[in-house]
Write a protein that binds this ligand. Structure first.
Ligand SMILES: NC(=O)c1ccc[n+]([C@@H]2O[C@H](COP(=O)([O-])OP(=O)(O)OC[C@H]3O[C@@H](n4cnc5c(N)ncnc54)[C@H](O)[C@@H]3O)[C@@H](O)[C@H]2O)c1
Ligand SMILES: O=C(O)C[C@H](O)C(=O)O
Ligand SMILES: [Mg+2]
Length: 549
């Protein structure tokens, strides 16, 4: 490799960090400025200063994508050592803005867009990806990007962002990550009317054509990269997400992050809340009302059910702990438009149910008196002051999770949840909110970020290390237990139900260890995991300037 090609290769390039000896050896002397070699820590500091000086979310996103494309070690060193600062710039909420504007961003291409017009040629197109080994593929058809809807090919920011977290939080080598958008069209006029739109200018395909295309992609990816490559389905629309998961979960090493990753992080937060004084300490004694009965809500409720079954509660009874309100109101047996996915959580039309069946969320909360309210509806403000106050009046410590992303879609803010419950709410949100100091309260309250980013990097790492053939639900359960266990007393004191975000690399090592053990217990591991204790896993995780997996 010539000196110039080293500098042009993001994986090799170390810019001004090459020592004078390396500069001579690699023949880059003269091609980088002559000042004395800088350290990675100095470069990270400089990058943070630069980011602070940039005027807005999109300029910071653009800048970071350029750093990523020119100096990967710098990007990931900055991210791993400054997760609290960098995550909101590359993931939710910034990635939402980035996707809305993707066609107009001045950023290098990253990932693969495979168009439905290329049906029959997917294998050949995949051959264009330069890497021979891929551990994780995150694939989206972009029909439901965060709570922003169908963004078509602009949704690439999501698979890219998820995989950046695989490396920054889960220590997967970035060279072994493949972001994919399956461009099956877009039904959002404002996205397609942009003359610079990067996707296919056509309506979404559906039905058999859609299924065949998705299948061709999965079969081609398996053929090229092997059966142990993990496929993460991300931000598919509601009509396809669960259907595709059920179709492939036993056949392919895959999971759906919005259903299963979310379920795991949701359950982790709930399990942690049980340890806070004033909250019933037994999961059996809880009742949850979900606003939104889509992938995320059904996913969380299904895993709560599994957690209760594990404690000996019969499945039917366990399901009764979860209630759903969707855009048509309370979900109950006999109501119109109760899909197969919602049906297991449709309650008998008892007088108690009928009394609130046609009322809004406030009446439902008044009637059912839930211990927890979980927002997965994409509707900002749907947890109104009245509703939050009602949760506060029926619970000493109400659990209020506003999980919709990005920030602009959160059902309520952290401040609203705390203010209207006099600081008693146990609050978490999908996108980050800062800590809150209520007047007259001496401790500040710290909202947890109930985001599947606590789960998928470690889950994926464990799956890759074990060479797991499938991803059974018990892995999601074990990941939830692990995250919950890692929440310390200090976090609980400030009402935070998740561990410190900046320790995500360590959290992922713990999850990966638990997942490897689970794979072994179920004989799903193609690889030996006996030597993989937490310390060993932590040591082999990708960290710039250190060993790589
Ligand atoms: N925090 C996380 O880790 C996480 C993970 C997954 C999804 N999410 C967020 O959750 C939201 C939902 O995601 P999803 O995958 O379930 O989407 P989805 O499209 O599958 O489901 C959305 C649900 O909301 C319901 N809804 C829409 N308007 C409503 C209204 N006015 N009142 C009540 N319900 C209404 C819909 O009927 C549907 O059931 C998104 O904003 C997404 O970003 C967060
Ligand atoms: O992407 C996120 O931040 C979480 C989740 O997968 C979502 O779709 O909202
Ligand atoms: Mg998602």
């Amino acid at each position: 490799m010539s000196g110039q090609s080293i500098l042009l290769n993001a994986r090799e390039n170390r810019g001004r960090r090459f020592s004078s000896h390396e500069r001579d050896q690699l023949r880059v002397t003269g091609l980088v400025p002559p000042a004395r070699a800088r350290t990675l820590a100095q470069e990270v500091e400089r990058l943070l200063i630069r980011l602070r000086a940039l005027p807005n979310v999109l300029s910071r996103y653009e800048h970071l994508m350029h750093v990523l494309a020119s100096d990967e070690a710098l990007f990931f060193a900055a991210a791993q050592n400054n997760l609290r600062t960098l995550l909101p710039m590359i993931y939710t909420p910034a990635v939402g803005d980035a996707c809305l504007n993707y066609s107009d961003l001045a950023i290098p291409n990253r990932g693969m867009w495979i168009g439905v017009d290329q049906k029959g040629r997917v294998k050949d197109i995949l051959a264009n990806w330069p890497e021979r080994n891929v551990d994780v593929i995150v694939v989206s058809d972009c029909e439901r990007i965060l709570g922003l809807g169908d963004l078509g090919a602009n949704g690439m920011g999501i698979p890219v962002g998820k995989l950046l977290l695989y490396s920054a939080c889960g220590g997967i080598n970035p060279a072994r990550c493949l972001p994919v958008v399956l461009d099956v069209g877009c039904n959002t006029p404002s996205i397609r009317s942009n003359e610079a739109y990067i996707g296919l200018d056509q309506d979404r395909v559906s039905g058999q054509d859609y299924d065949d295309f998705v299948h061709e992609f999965i079969a081609s990816a398996m053929e090229k990269y092997g059966k142990s490559t993990l496929i993460q389905f991300e931000d598919f629309g509601n009509s396809n997400a669960l259907r595709l998961l059920n179709k492939y979960r036993e056949k392919v090493c895959c999971f759906n992050d919005d259903i299963q990753g979310t379920a795991s992080v949701g359950l982790a937060g709930i399990l942690t809340a049980l340890r806070i004084p004033g909250v019933a300490s037994d999961l059996k004694d809880h009742k949850f009302v979900f606003l939104g009965a889509g992938s995320a809500g059904i996913g969380i409720a299904s895993l709560i059910t599994l957690a209760l079954v594990r404690e000996g509660v019969p499945e039917d009874e366990a399901r009764k702990k979860c209630w759903f309100v969707d855009s048509r109101g309370l979900v109950y047996k006999g109501r119109a438009n109760v899909s197969d996915a919602k049906a297991p959580f449709a309650h008998e039309a008892s007088p108690e149910v009928q009394a609130v069946a046609n009322a809004g969320l406030l009446e439902v909360v008044k009637g059912l008196k839930p211990t927890g309210l979980i927002g997965v509806s994409t509707i900002r403000g749907s947890f109104s002051e009245d509703i939050i106050r009602e949760m506060g009046s029926v619970n000493e410590r109400p659990i209020i999770f506003a999980l919709s992303n990005p920030t602009s879609k959160a059902e309520c803010t952290a401040e609203e949840a705390y203010k209207f419950t006099e600081g008693r709410a146990i609050y978490a949100s999908g996108s980050p909110f800062g800590s809150v100091q209520l007047p007259g309260h001496h401790t500040h309250l710290v909202p947890g970020q109930g985001n599947n980013s606590y789960i998928f990097p470690g889950l994926g790492l464990g799956i890759v290390l074990a060479g797991a053939r499938h991803v059974p639900e018990s892995m999601l359960l074990t990941a939830a237990d692990t995250v919950s266990r890692l929440v310390d007393e200090e976090q609980l004191q400030v009402s935070c139900v998740y561990p410190d975000l900046s320790s995500l690399m360590d959290i992922s090592a713990h999850i990966a260890h638990a997942v490897c053990q689970e794979a072994k217990a179920l004989s799903l591991n193609e690889k030996n995991v006996d030597h993989l204790d937490i310390k060993t896993i932590r040591e082999i995780m990708y960290e710039p300037g250190r060993g790589q997996i």
